[in-house]
Each structure stands twice: as structure tokens, then as C-alpha cells.
Ligand binder design. Structure first.
Ligand code: CKP
Ligand code: MG
Length: 314
């Protein structure tokens, strides 16, 4: 197994037209969750990935499990909750570059994940453990689960990849969010924050200073996401380097771009590319994800990724 990831995925309803949600009348139904987005991105590029989660014993849970399994992701450690439902959220495509989300995920099945549900076996055979700051925001039992996952990964010499994915809509308290996100960052080998997230954690600084702040926490490899500008990378063997982004004509849906970036970077690392090349692949994946409606619908297969990265069209 190349990468194992743990987190909540929800059914997402996106209005078929742009504008305020209150006027929306028809929706398309898709599935989205940061961690399964990464697992799917990797699988499309030919890597093996496992997604661990908990779903309701409901129609959405059935559909989601089939969809993610159909993408070639290992779902054999996904459990079902007979009482709590699969979470739901709505996307609102307000204007260009202003997409909002409204969650209906409180007390969802995934928020009821517990450490007891996780066995060493689920992580032991993987090269990387990918986690995000969304899971600890779901509650204490999810935090214990994540703590156990981190412990198993460390005991077995796995690399931990952390995306802060700070969701203040679900954190009860900003200070707590800052404290817990910092804790997971400090336990990780690779961290992929956005600039706004770094600013939330450390206050206002330059990109170079943000990267240093993460190194001070003990993080070996930092990839600071700069949106359409690309990213700033830094690791012991690589001094701080800006890796430019790819041009996108029209951003259709920016949500999921960070996860696409993570899957591109991980894919590059699994292929043994130098960090700057892996980051370039991440930038390309992030750009491609924004060009299509949906979190995972724009994630390419390898042939399309190569075509995009070489500036080609069909
Ligand atoms: O940071 P990203 O835009 O790449 O993440 C988007 C995902 O898991 C989205 O799919 C949503 O389900 C979530 O983040 C979330 O819980 O906010
Ligand atoms: Mg993100």
C-alpha cells in the first residue's frame, strides 16, 4: 500500500446554476472529502491507496462506498454506523473564485469514529500516512483515533503527511484549533499548509518566515501553497525554492485543489522524483482540479496529467 488516509467524506450537493444557494432549485450530487480526494487522486495516477472512515448505514453511505471503491481505493477498513447518518454538505458557487460550503455533518457517522476502530494492520503496510486538520475538528473521539494512527505510523517508521485544512466552521474555538493543528504539524514529516492557514497559526509573515516556523516545530519538509503562484518548498536537502503554478483559464470550482496538490506531491515522491519535481506535479494536479466542477472529477489519469504538464491539448 502506498498511502493510507483517514477522514470524513460527505455527499455534496452543488447547484446546477451559479448564485446564492437560497435561489437554487436543482442540484447535482457528488462525493467529497479531503482525505478520499487524495486517495482517489493517487489511485487515478496508478498508486495504491486506502481510505479509512465511517459511514452511515444509509443510501448515501452505500453510494459513497461504491464510488470510492470504484475508483480503485481500498475501502476494506471503512465501517458503518447503524445510528448516525453519512454527512452532507452544499456548495454555493457564488461568483468566480467565491465558492462557499454549508455543512450538515454534526453527529455524522464519521464524527463518531473512535480509536478502537483502528488496528495496526490498517497502517502497517503503507509507506505514507496522510492526515488533515479536519479529522481532529470532528471531536474528541476522532482526535484519539488520529493520535493512535500517528503513534502506529511512528512505531512502524512510516512518513506522516499533514494538510492543516483549517475549517473554523467546525472548530468550536480558534485557540483550540491553533493548538491542535500545531500539535499534528509538529508530529509530521511533511506539511502542506496554505498561506491563510500559516497566517492563522503564526500571524502575519513572509512565505519564507512561514516555512521556518514549520521547521521550528520539527517538520522536515514544508510545501507552502501559494494558489495560482504555485508553492514554496523547503527541506534539508533543498533550500527554499519557489515552484511556479500552471496557468488556468477559468477556475470553475476551487474546492479540492489542495487535495489534488497533495496527491500530486505524494505521487511524485512515490515515483522517487526530486522534491521540486514532485511539487510541480502537485501544482499541475491542483490547477487541473479547479478546471472542473466537483472535488475529484478534474483529477487526471497519468496520460492527461503528462499532456497538461507538457502544455499540450488533445
Ligand atoms: O482544501 P480543499 O479545498 O482541497 O478540501 C476540500 C474538502 O473535506 C471538501 O471536499 C470537503 O468535503 C472537505 O474539504 C471539508 O471537510 O471541508
Ligand atoms: Mg485544503
Amino acid at each position: 500500500m502506498d498511502v493510507v488516509t483517514i477522514g470524513e467524506t460527505m455527499t455534496v450537493f452543488t447547484p446546477n446554476e451559479e448564485g446564492p444557494l437560497r435561489h437554487a432549485r436543482s442540484f447535482s450530487m457528488k462525493f467529497a472529502g479531503a482525505e478520499s480526494n487524495v486517495a482517489i487522486g493517487l489511485s487515478r495516477l496508478g498508486h495504491s491507496s486506502r481510505w479509512i472512515s465511517r459511514l452511515g448505514e444509509d443510501e448515501f453511505g452505500d453510494a459513497m462506498q461504491s464510488f470510492i471503491r470504484g475508483e480503485g481505493v481500498d475501502v476494506s477498513y471503512v465501517t458503518r454506523d447503524p445510528e448516525a447518518p453519512t454527512g452532507v454538505f452544499f456548495k454555493e458557487l457564488r461568483r468566480l473564485n467565491d465558492t462557499r460550503v454549508y455543512y450538515y455533518r454534526k453527529d455524522s457517522a464519521a464524527s463518531k469514529m473512535t480509536a478502537e476502530l483502528l488496528t495496526d494492520l490498517a497502517i502497517q503496510d503503507a509507506a505514507y500516512l496522510h492526515i488533515t486538520g479536519i479529522t481532529p475538528a470532528l471531536g474528541n473521539s476522532c482526535q484519539s483515533l488520529l493520535d493512535k494512527a500517528v503513534r502506529i505510523a511512528k512505531e512502524n517508521g512510516k512518513k506522516i503527511v499533514f494538510d492543516p485544512n483549517i475549517r473554523l466552521k467546525i472548530w468550536g474555538d480558534e485557540t483550540e484549533a491553533r493548538h491542535i493543528i500545531t500539535k499534528y504539524a509538529s508530529k509530521s514529516d511533511i506539511v502542506m499548509p496554505g498561506v491563510a492557514e500559516a497566517e492563522f497559526l503564526f500571524g502575519s509573515h513572509t512565505p519564507e518566515e512561514f516555512v521556518d516556523h514549520f521547521h521550528e516545530l520539527g517538520v522536515e519538509t514544508v510545501l507552502l501553497k501559494l494558489g495560482k503562484e504555485g508553492c514554496l518548498i523547503s527541506a534539508p536537502s533543498v533550500r527554499k525554492t519557489y515552484v511556479p503554478g500552471f496557468f488556468v483559464d477559468r477556475v470553475v470550482d476551487p474546492i479540492g485543489a489542495g487535495d489534488a496538490f497533495a496527491s500530486g506531491v505524494l505521487s511524485g515522491m512515490l515515483d522517487g522524483l526530486p522534491l521540486a519535481e514532485a511539487a510541480r506535479r502537485g501544482n499541475a494536479m491542483g490547477a487541473m482540479a479547479t478546471m472542473v466542477n466537483g472535488d475529484v472529477e478534474g483529477l487526471p489519469i497519468r496520460a492527461d496529467l503528462n499532456l497538461f504538464m507538457n502544455g499540450g491539448t488533445e
